[in-house]
Design a protein around this ligand. Structure first.
Ligand SMILES: Nc1nc2c(ncn2[C@@H]2O[C@H](COP(=O)(O)OP(=O)(O)OP(=O)(O)O)[C@@H](O)[C@H]2O)c(=O)[nH]1
Ligand SMILES: O=C([O-])CC(=O)C(=O)O
Ligand SMILES: [Mn+2]
Length: 609
């Protein structure tokens, strides 16, 4: 941009020619009644939330107990990510790989262009300039989301840094500002005089990434992961492609800071599939004396090598979009404290009679509430009060244990990466990998029972590599190769050590073998002590697991047998796992890195197969 180009007044448009042309083009296609540029101001927050209250989408919660907070209930068919409607439209089908849905870009564009035609009729089209990560990062990661949903505007304002400051920077940088154009429409046009519904959406849904063009098209859903396009679509699917091309990692990981009793500081990243404990671990209250945890992120980590050769992680998000059920003062007191500050949006939980919220697992069960489906609910009701994937959306800045480093665009140097999933059997509480390639093998073969975070059956074991199955924006075989390359090019001594954890193993009665939540600090302690060379481990066919004595279980109400069962590596169980891993690897054909096949062969040999 030349210095004499006038900057448009806040909220009225842009002096960036490329962006202006795209916005005009989308408006011409979708024919909204008006176009509004999101500024990020307080008045705008009031205007948007007032509009949502007037439309019946939002219910204003009790100002005393939930200041500045709102309740929303979605259409009962629009409650989670839709993986079977999610596409990676790479030019070459091979680049999409066997784990994603593919359609040729032109074909998809033709279908969606038809769907978008007139799709914003009767609505306002909002233009949201946003940045994932810091505005003052070396290379700010801009995006611009166009949406016809006020719910999306309100949620995006919580989840990403949005508004005029971002647009000003895009305009200053002009042609050199790379932004991801992200188009979202509910697919619910309004004819003149037609009354709106509280949660407009469309039964036809498409969540589409064009990896070569670095663009996103989403249609038909208002739900978080489908509609807040800075999150999964940009920060994972598109960013994973950028990361492959540029030598970094975009991952479905929390980031936490761990401070030992000796005041040593360690940063840990952990990848668990959706609804498998990232938010809980990120905000952990350690139960072991002297240890402290601070939070940097609960869902996404971008990791790049620093000049010192270490891997540095930043959280590109600005808010928390957390699973509500199960969250309470005991399991996650810091989430409760974050929410107590207000300024939050609750979706698909129950609304209490005093305009508060409730969900399964929360304290103070009400005698009566309105369920997420809008029905009367009492403790005797057969149905759940809240959808299992009900969520809260809240500013991360309100987290009382947010680490100062959250605001550092350089990020934090990672000492350990944890992979984990939900497995009733087989997978021990914690296993240390031998090296980066073995750790990559652990990640690539990660398995977990499916959860309510995606539409479909719950509780089915599937491979969820690096907890990224629904989020890898290219061929997962190539993604494994990228992980191997990241390690190959690095100084091994400076790489994070990789561990595999499972908080969800059960005993014969179906009860959890490990108490989890705050007690997971004991596992973090073992991880750190391994890094420091201070904790003992036994070598097993799958890696190093703690000796029962090396895991600090002091004060825990567990018998030695229970600890042993949580740590057990049963060769028979692992032998049964092998055909599943072989079947999984077979999907990738030539794209599977030979190092991973070598790891599998080694595991089989150690199991005597
Ligand atoms: N048994 C057990 N359950 C846990 C533990 N940590 C979390 N959970 C349960 O896992 C579920 C959701 O965990 P979250 O931390 O919200 O999930 P997340 O990984 O952040 O998920 P997404 O936001 O979907 O990516 C809740 O039902 C928790 O109760 C644990 O240590 N043990
Ligand atoms: O994307 C969403 O809707 C929420 C989330 O973090 C996940 O599903 O992993
Ligand atoms: Mn997630």
């Amino acid at each position: 941009m030349t210095t004499d180009t006038p900057t448009a007044p806040a909220g009225t448009g842009t002096s960036h020619p490329g962006l202006a042309a795209w916005v005009d083009e989308v408006a011409a296609l979708t024919t909204p009644d008006r176009v509004q540029w999101i500024t990020g101001s307080d008045e705008e927050w009031k205007e948007i939330t007032d509009k949502l209250v007037a439309a019946g989408t939002f219910t204003r919660l009790n100002e005393q107990t939930h200041p500045g907070s709102f309740y929303a209930a979605s259409d009962p068919t629009d409650v989670a990510r839709v993986e079977d409607r999610t596409f990676i439209c790479s030019v070459d089908e091979k680049d999409c790989g066997p784990t994603n849905n593919w359609m040729a870009p032109d074909e998809m564009k033709a279908i969606m262009t038809d769907l978008y035609r007139g799709s914003m009729k009767g609505r306002t089209m909002y233009v949201i300039p946003f940045v994932m990560g810091h505005l003052d990062a070396e290379k700010p990661m801009f995006g611009v989301e166009i949406t016809d949903s006020e719910y999306v505007v309100a949620s995006m304002r919580v989840m990403a840094r949005c508004g005029t400051k971002v647009l000003d920077r895009i305009e200053e940088l002009g042609d050199s500002a790379n932004y991801v154009p992200a188009l979202h429409s509910l697919g619910a046009p309004l004819e003149p005089g037609q009354e709106d519904v509280p949660w407009p959406c469309n039964q036809t849904k498409y969540i589409v990434q064009f990896p070569e063009e670095r663009t996103i098209w989403s249609y038909g859903s208002g739900y978080g992961g489908n509609a807040l396009l800075g999150k999964k679509c940009y920060s994972l699917r598109i960013a994973s492609v950028m990361a492959r091309d540029e030598g970094w990692l975009a991952e479905h990981m929390l980031i936490l800071k761990l401070i030992s009793p000796e005041q040593q500081v360690y940063y840990v990243a952990a990848a668990f599939p959706s609804a498998c404990g990232k938010t809980n671990l990120a905000m952990l209250e350690p139960t072991i004396p002297g240890w402290k945890v601070e939070t940097l992120g609960d869902d996404i980590a971008w990791m790049r090598f620093g000049k010192d050769g270490r891997l540095y992680a930043v959280n590109p998000e600005f808010g928390l979009f957390g699973v509500a059920p199960g969250t309470n003062e005991k399991t996650n007191p810091n989430a409760m404290r974050t929410l107590a500050k207000g300024n939050s949006v609750y979706t698909n939980v129950a609304l209490t009679d005093d305009l508060g919220v409730w969900w399964e697992g929360l304290e103070n069960e009400p005698a009566h509430a309105t369920s997420w489906k809008g029905e009367d609910w009492t403790p005797d009701s057969e149905e759940l009060s809240s959808h299992p994937n009900s969520r809260y959306c809240t500013p991360i800045a309100q987290c009382p244990i947010l680490a100062d480093e959250y605001d550092d665009p350089q990020g934090v140097p990672i000492s350990a990466i944890l992979f984990g999933g939900r497995r009733k059997t087989t997978v021990p509480l914690v296993t240390e990998s031998r090296d980066w390639v073995h750790g990559t093998f652990m990640g690539a073969t990660l398995s977990s029972e499916t959860t309510a975070a995606a539409v479909g059956q719950v509780g089915v074991v599937r491979r969820d590599p690096m907890a990224m199955l629904p989020f890898i924006g290219y061929n997962a075989g190539d993604y494994f190769g990228h992980w191997i390359n990241v390690g190959k090019d690095a100084d091994a001594a400076k790489l994070p050590k990789i561990f595999y954890v499972n908080w969800f193993r059960r005993d014969d009665d179906g009860d959890f073998l490990w108490p989890g939540f705050g007690e997971n600090s004991r596992v973090l302690k073992w991880v750190i002590e391994r890094i420091e060379g201070r904790a003992a481990a036994v070598e097993t066919p799958i890696g190093h697991v703690p000796t029962p004595e090396s895991l600090d279980v002091e004060g825990l109400d567990l018998t030695p047998e229970q600890v042993e069962a949580a740590l057990a590596v049963d060769p028979e169980e692992w032998k049964a796992e092998i055909p599943q891993i072989e079947e999984w690897f077979a999907k990738f054909g030539d794209a599977l890195p030979t190092q991973l096949q070598v790891e599998l062969d080694g595991l089989k040999a150690r199991l005597g197969m």
